[in-house]
Design a protein around this ligand. Structure first.
Ligand code: ADP
Length: 205
C-alpha cells in the first residue's frame, strides 16, 4: 500500500521549504514537484523527446534541455500551448513523483506542489493538503530579501498566484508563518503528531 501523502503548498516566500526542513527533522521526507519538473526537462530528461516532437528545436537550448525563456515566450504568444505543454509534463511529473515517493522512507511523505489546487493531477494524489500561510507583506519582504527582486516584481508574482483567501478556503490544514521560526517549529511538531494519528500510524516514542 502507498504511504500517505500530504500536499504542501502556499504562495511564494510563505515558508514551504522551511516547513519541509522542519518535517524532515521528524523523519518525514519531501518530494518537490518543481525539482522533478527540472529533472524531466534537463538535457536528456525523460520529457524532452516528447517536448521536442511537439514544439520543435526552438524551445531547446544548446544542450538539448528545455529553454525556459523560449517556452515562456511561446506560451505568452499562444496561451493554448501552455495546455499542450502541461498535458505532456503533468502526467510525467506525477508518475516520477510517485516513483520517488516509493523510494523514500518515512511514516508518510510531503509532496511540495506550488500549484497544488490548480493542478488536478496532484490534487487527486494527496491525502491531505497543508497550506503555509502568511500576510502578503511578509511574503514580499522575505522574497525581496532572498532574491534581490524589486518590490514591483515580487508584487506581480504574488498577484499572478491564487489569492490568499481562496487558498485558505481550499486547505485541509494550515500552518501560520507570520511569526518567529520557533513558533513555526512548534506548529510543525503539532501537525506531525496530528498526521500520525490521522493516518493511523504509531506516535513517536
Ligand atoms: P517558499 O519555499 O514558500 O518560497 P521559504 O521557506 O524559502 O519559502 O522562505 C522564504 C524566505 O523566508 C527564506 O529565506 C526563509 O529562510 C525565510 N523565512 C521563512 N519563514 C520564516 C520565519 N518564520 N521567520 C523568518 N524568516 C523566515
Amino acid at each position: 500500500m502507498r504511504k500517505p501523502i500530504v500536499g504542501l503548498t502556499g504562495g511564494i516566500g510563505s515558508g514551504k521549504s522551511t516547513v519541509a526542513q522542519l518535517f524532515a527533522a521528524h523523519g518525514v521526507p519531501c518530494i518537490d514537484s518543481d525539482v522533478v519538473a527540472h529533472q524531466l526537462t534537463a538535457a536528456g530528461g525523460a520529457a524532452m523527446a516528447e517536448i521536442r516532437a511537439a514544439f520543435g528545436e526552438r524551445v531547446l537550448d544548446e544542450h538539448g534541455a528545455l529553454n525556459r525563456a523560449a517556452m515562456r515566450e511561446l506560451v505568452f504568444a499562444k496561451p493554448a500551448e501552455r495546455l499542450r505543454l502541461e498535458s505532456i509534463l503533468h502526467p510525467m511529473i506525477r508518475e516520477e513523483c510517485l516513483r520517488q515517493l516509493e523510494r523514500v522512507s518515512g511514516p508518510y511523505v510531503l509532496l511540495a506542489v506550488p500549484l497544488l489546487f490548480e493542478t488536478p493531477a496532484f490534487r487527486t494524489l494527496v491525502n491531505r493538503s497543508l497550506v503555509v500561510d502568511c500576510p502578503e507583506e511578509t511574503q514580499q519582504q522575505r522574497v525581496m530579501a532572498r532574491s534581490g527582486l524589486a518590490a514591483v516584481q515580487v508584487a506581480a508574482i504574488i498577484a499572478a498566484q491564487m489569492p490568499r483567501q481562496q487558498r485558505l478556503q481550499l486547505a485541509d490544514d494550515v500552518i501560520h508563518n507570520a511569526g518567529e521560526l520557533a513558533d513555526l517549529a512548534l506548529q510543525v511538531d503539532e501537525k506531525h503528531r496530528y498526521y500520525l494519528a490521522c493516518f493511523g500510524l504509531p506516535a513517536p516514542a
